[in-house]
Design a protein around this ligand. Structure first.
Ligand SMILES: [Zn+2]
Length: 598
């Protein structure tokens, strides 16, 4: 992080001359947020700065929001920027995509006004309409260059009918509509929900929790109030403490919603309005709660060294998202299991599914967990039709690495330690004692401390390498055996994914080394016939065929008809099943007990 900042600063000193001295005296910064046209998705922001001493003031909009590793260019939504001093317009203009420069020679007070268009529904982008405002702060509030450490106050003037503010930022003077942030890292890490949301609370692990439900839905408040604390207590047990006094869940319920974004003392969750009604939907929501809440430790406090303090103007590269996200993905379910919210066999079945998915994805042989992390900005967040062939998710792969390490540590310590102890140790050592992020080598040392052995070989295979997980060994430690339910099958596969709109079969992906790959079926081809017989349903493409059979596939490509001879190859898909081994030893049973909290 330091490296990136210094590069940026070098660039700016060369180009923007006058900013170097402006970190000295504290400026007073406040924002007033109004919604004269909420119905058209606009928010109007007035920013006031006083106590300025520099000749030039540069105001900047972040280009990304931490936790979501993609440059989103939030400045694209800004319009109508003007600058004022004592009611008089002053010189201002843009100097690059996200920087406005104002001539503040001889003046100590500055007011700027701008509007932001906010009409993208997601947990990481602002959204405003007549029913509510979701203020994703990093895409809304300009910050003065060199003053990220400054406090600011935000006064919200609600749109008609809006009654409630939900945010982890503290209110000022008992007015919920005026909140304050001690610095910009906190401001950009504290989303604000304004509207008529349904708010309820509970206490867990000594912390006051608030849940703000936007959009209605068939959630059962009493059930959530009973189950969410179980997850929270379980997380707190792993790390040994819950560092917040107050924590806010902002939940956006849509017709179809999902995903979440972690913050220091809050989170934003997307949910499906009517999804709480089924057991599967309800547990899915709790698992999302578990994932994002676990992040308040893993990544928000215990973090890779590159992820904070943030450079808000550039990509922040780390090879450790497999820990930050993958371990969180592992713990979202493990914590649910340990809290008694998931049955052990269900947990193990889900793991079997994840292991099958990993081995079935051609990209798992191409991209390592470390590479997937580093390239998140250009690959994971910018997928294309070939992504399955060339990439692996650091979520899925990281969770698999976590499961192997967990069982490695439990086994080698005779069920004394688990991965939980590594997480707690690293949290204490780096967040609390050293007060900084960890390096690759430091995290590895933490793992080795509890595994009681060097993990160079493990890293070479699974972190920087692309070897398939050795499930027999790791699950064997816990007295489980793994089998492939598709082993020995001679089923052929074309190796394509298709969309089937209006009875037209359009190829959307071609799997590496599959029949379609080898014989040249392309993405965007429309398949119209097989062996001369018209087809309209992708399920009927290779009925009654065997591996080794040759077929002729008629496609329309770029308006031309082609007939492609295709030799059907055997499907290479696996479908793992995890079962308890007969005659498990006492040690295996002890490992299993520790792993699954039986
Ligand atoms: Zn996450």
């Amino acid at each position: 992080m330091k490296k990136f900042l210094s590069l940026v600063y070098t660039f700016l000193t060369l180009n923007l001359m006058s900013i170097t001295a402006n970190a000295a005296p504290a400026a007073r910064i406040s924002y007033t947020v109004t919604f004269p046209e909420a119905q058209a998705h606009y928010v109007d922001i007035e920013m006031k700065l006083s106590g300025l001493t520099q000749k030039t003031t540069n105001l900047k909009m972040p280009v990304w929001t931490p936790g979501s590793y993609l440059v989103r260019e939030f400045a694209k939504n800004v319009e109508g920027f003007t600058a004022w001093n004592n009611g008089k317009a002053i010189d201002a203009g843009k100097v690059n995509k996200n920087t406005w420069r104002i001539n503040t020679t001889g003046i100590s007070e500055l007011t700027v006004k701008y509007r932001v268009y906010a009409n993208e529904i997601s947990v990481r982008t602002a959204f405003i309409d007549a029913s509510h405002a979701f203020l994703s702060t990093s895409g809304l509030f300009l910050y003065p260059q060199g003053m990220l450490d400054q406090a600011s106050t935000i006064k919200i003037v609600p749109y008609k009918g809006w009654t409630t503010v939900s945010t982890s930022l503290n209110p000022v003077g008992g007015d919920q509509f005026t909140v304050t942030a001690p610095n910009y890292d906190i401001l950009f890490d504290s989303p604000i929900e304004v509207g008529t949301q349904d708010v309820f609370g509970f206490k867990a692990a000594g912390v006051n929790y608030e849940v703000a439900m936007y959009g209605g839905g068939n959630y059962d408040k009493e059930r959530l109030k009973a189950d969410m604390p179980k997850v929270i207590e379980q997380h707190t047990k792993i790390f040994g403490e819950n560092p917040n006094k107050r924590y806010v869940f902002i939940v956006h319920n849509f017709l179809r919603g999902g995903g979440g974004l972690e913050h220091l003392s809050s989170t934003v969750l997307g949910a499906s309005r009517d999804g709480y009604g089924t057991e599967r939907g309800y547990l899915g929501f709790l698992e999302l709660v578990s994932h994002e809440h676990f992040h308040l430790w893993n990544v928000k406090r215990l973090r890779p060294i590159a992820l904070g303090p943030f450079d808000y103007e550039n990509e922040n590269y780390t090879t450790n998202l497999w820990i930050a996200e993958g371990f969180t993905a592992y713990y979202e379910a493990k914590a649910m299991r340990h809290a008694g919210l998931l049955p052990a066999d269900g947990y193990v079945n889900t793991l079997a599914g994840s292991l099958s998915n990993h081995d079935n994805q051609p990209g798992s042989k191409i991209q390592s967990a470390a590479e997937s992390s580093f390239d998140a900005w250009i690959k994971f967040y910018r997928p294309n039709e070939n992504s399955n062939n060339s990439t692996i998710s650091y979520y899925g792969k990281g969770a698999i690495i976590a499961y192997m390490l967990d069982l490695e540590i439990i086994n080698s310590s005779n069920a004394k330690y688990s991965l939980d102890d590594v997480m707690k140790h690293m949290y204490n050592e780096y967040y609390k004692v050293k007060k900084r992020g960890y390096t690759d080598a430091e995290f590895k040392l933490g793992l080795e401390k509890f595994a009681g052995k060097k993990l160079d070989d493990f890293y070479k295979k699974y972190v920087t390498g692309v070897e398939f997980p050795d499930n027999e060994t790791y699950l064997g430690y816990a007295g489980y055996k793994v089998s492939d339910e598709l082993a020995g099958s001679n089923t052929p596969s074309l190796g394509i994914a298709t969309s089937n709109a209006g009875n037209r079969i359009i190829v959307t992906a071609v799997s590496r080394n599959s029949s379609a790959w080898v014989d040249g079926i392309n993405v965007n081809d429309e398949i119209t016939a097989v062996d001369g017989n018209p087809v309209t349903d992708p399920a009927n493409l290779i009925v009654n065929k065997n591996a080794g059979d040759k077929i002729n596939v008629t496609v329309i490509r770029d308006g031309k008809q082609l007939v492609l001879p295709v030799t059907l190859l055997k499907s290479t898909r696996v479908k793992y099943k995890i079962e308890q081994a007969d005659n498990a030893t006492d040690k295996q049973l002890a490992v299993r007990k520790k792993w699954l909290n039986l």
